[in-house]
Design a protein around this ligand. Structure first.
Ligand SMILES: NC(=O)C1=CN([C@@H]2O[C@H](COP(=O)(O)OP(=O)(O)OC[C@H]3O[C@@H](n4cnc5c(N)ncnc54)[C@H](O)[C@@H]3O)[C@@H](O)[C@H]2O)C=CC1
Ligand SMILES: CC(=O)C(=O)O
Ligand SMILES: [Mg+2]
Length: 467
């Protein structure tokens, strides 16, 4: 059940109510008190901030119970999630202070002019003399934001700021959110190209399919910095990492399992491609109209490509039909499509990755009794299969070796690196994928990316630790 955390500011009339009564009322309504701060002490009355963890569905019950209680005045309810977003989640800091005119004349005019000239004469110096070497643009048009769909560029910003925070905290990469007010493929490509000089890489985010494929392909052809559509490749890399480990847990081999992938959009297409590259021989891609079958005719080029792959199964069917006897289900579609009965019909020792955000394709409580390995994209359940395990380390590595692009061998190396963080002795049903807070993740992904970039000839610099 999804949890939230709220802060309740209450005034207590001590003649009518004790703090014990308040705690009991909150607990009876389903809340769990995690901290109490006295804001204004007093003999007759006091004001306190009570932080309460509560299931999202029970938040109103807690609030109503306090409102109805004699002697309690509910002054304010704040949602801690909204509080951390006040004013935005990131800012920009100078690297050196400007304390006097001397400093000013060096960081700005006239001194800066000599640096500009040096870059003009040798554009590669942009990497050593500007923020380019460590800066990535996180670019969206707001058309496929999480599983919320086309909510527009303003509403997409909190996700992009969140990605920027993760880039910095996990990998030291400076990332800047850019939310474009256009859905036009050509305009998006033109705009990203026009802003690219200051960036060392472009992370495309939450751009809906099929436009995302052309945007990424064209930018990769026309720019010489890495272009990475996170929802496609970040997701595929982390799915392969999780699947390699989950298969070990259930004792099945990748070439013997039947895999259903639901939602053949940005994430689904890339996952299918990577599954085939990793050795899957029985693949059932499914979208709204049911299974995409071998030999079928489809409107989207990527679906048509799938229909031409020998490993893609020929039998048509709805999701509820094709999931019967599947070994693996991977959902990157939208929440609440399956129930316990559906996953019960899978093969024994089934693996279910229900990765739609914020709500998975099947609620964990419904799935867990019937499947052997269960994972979601969320941070509030075990086995979080989320591309946050991928993009920080991939860009750390790509920036450090100034990779021209991020290719297939680099992605496969990243998947293996993530899987390898979980040791044989640690591996179990509840731990197939490392936590994002495990520091080995970024270190290992970075290493794997640089090694593969050097081997495949896309690195333009050998970092000191590889010399
Ligand atoms: N856990 C993670 O790391 C990630 C999770 N996701 C989640 O995966 C979902 C899809 O993301 P994208 O691929 O970026 O979006 P997208 O918009 O490119 O693709 C979504 C696809 O799902 C299909 N779909 C929608 N309803 C469906 C249904 N009832 N049955 C079958 N297919 C259906 C759509 O037709 C579309 O092809 C979102 O919920 C997103 O939050 C995406 C990327 C990473
Ligand atoms: C995690 C992510 O990128 C998404 O859900 O879109
Ligand atoms: Mg995304």
């Amino acid at each position: 059940m999804a949890q939230t955390s709220i802060i309740l500011r209450v005034e207590l009339n001590h003649e009518l109510v004790s703090f014990g009564d308040v705690a009991a009322t909150i607990s009876k309504a389903g809340g769990d008190i995690t901290s109490i701060d006295v804001i204004r002490p007093g003999k007759d009355s006091s004001i306190r901030d009570i932080t309460v963890d509560v299931a999202e569905s029970e938040e109103t019950q807690v609030v109503d119970a306090l409102k109805l209680h004699d002697g309690i005045k509910l002054i304010n309810v704040s949602d801690r999630t909204f509080l951390v977003h006040l004013g935005g989640k990131i800012n920009m800091q100078p690297n050196v202070p400007i304390k006097n005119r001397d400093d000013l004349s060096r960081v700005y005019t006239p001194g800066v002019a000599r640096v500009c000239t040096a870059i003009h004469e040798n554009p590669r110096k942009a990497y050593s003399l500007t923020i380019k070497r460590n800066t990535v643009a996180v670019v969206t048009d707001g058309t496929a934001v999480l599983g919320l769909g086309d909510i527009g560029p303003h509403a997409a910003a909190p996700v992009m700021e969140g990605k920027a925070m993760l880039f910095k905290q996990l990998a030291g990469v400076d990332a800047f959110p850019i939310c474009l007010d256009t859905k036009d493929t050509e305009e998006i490509i033109r705009t990203i190209k026009a802003i690219s000089p200051i960036f060392g890489g472009i992370n495309l985010e939450d751009i809906s399919s099929p436009r995302c494929f052309e945007i990424e392909t064209r930018l990769a052809e026309e720019l010489d910095i890495p272009i990475f559509h996170d929802d496609q490749h970040g997701t595929a890399v982390v799915v392969i990492a999780g699947l390699l480990n989950a298969l070990k847990v259930v004792g099945k081999r990748i070439e013997n399992v039947r895999v259903v992938v639901n939602g053949i959009g940005a994430a689904g297409v890339s996952i299918c491609k990577m599954l085939l590259a990793a050795g899957v021989t029985q693949l059932v891609p499914v979208d709204r109209e049911g299974a995409i079958v071998r030999g079928g005719t489809y409107e989207y080029p990527m679906w048509q490509w799938l229909a031409e792959q020998p490993q893609v199964q020929g039998e048509p069917g709805t999701l509820k039909e094709v999931i019967v006897d599947a070994d693996v289900f991977i959902g990157v579609s939208r929440g609440g499509l399956l129930n316990g009965d559906d996953v019960q019909k899978m093969k024994p020792d089934s693996i279910v990755f229900a990765m739609a955000n914020p709500n998975p394709e099947i609620a964990p409580d419904e799935a867990i009794p019937h499947v052997r390995v269960f994972a979601t994209g969320r941070s509030d359940y075990p086995n979080q299969i989320n591309n946050v395990l991928v993009f920080p380390g991939i860009f750390r590595g790509a920036l450090d070796c100034r990779a021209r692009r991020i290719n297939e061998p680099m992605k496969l190396a990243a998947a293996r690196a993530i899987a390898s963080v979980v040791t044989e002795s640690e591996l179990n049903e509840q731990y197939i994928i490392p936590s994002i807070f495990n520091e080995k993740v970024v270190t290992k992904v970075r290493h794997a990316i640089i090694e593969a970039a050097i081997l495949t000839g896309v690195a333009r610099r050998i970092p000191p630790d590889f010399r």
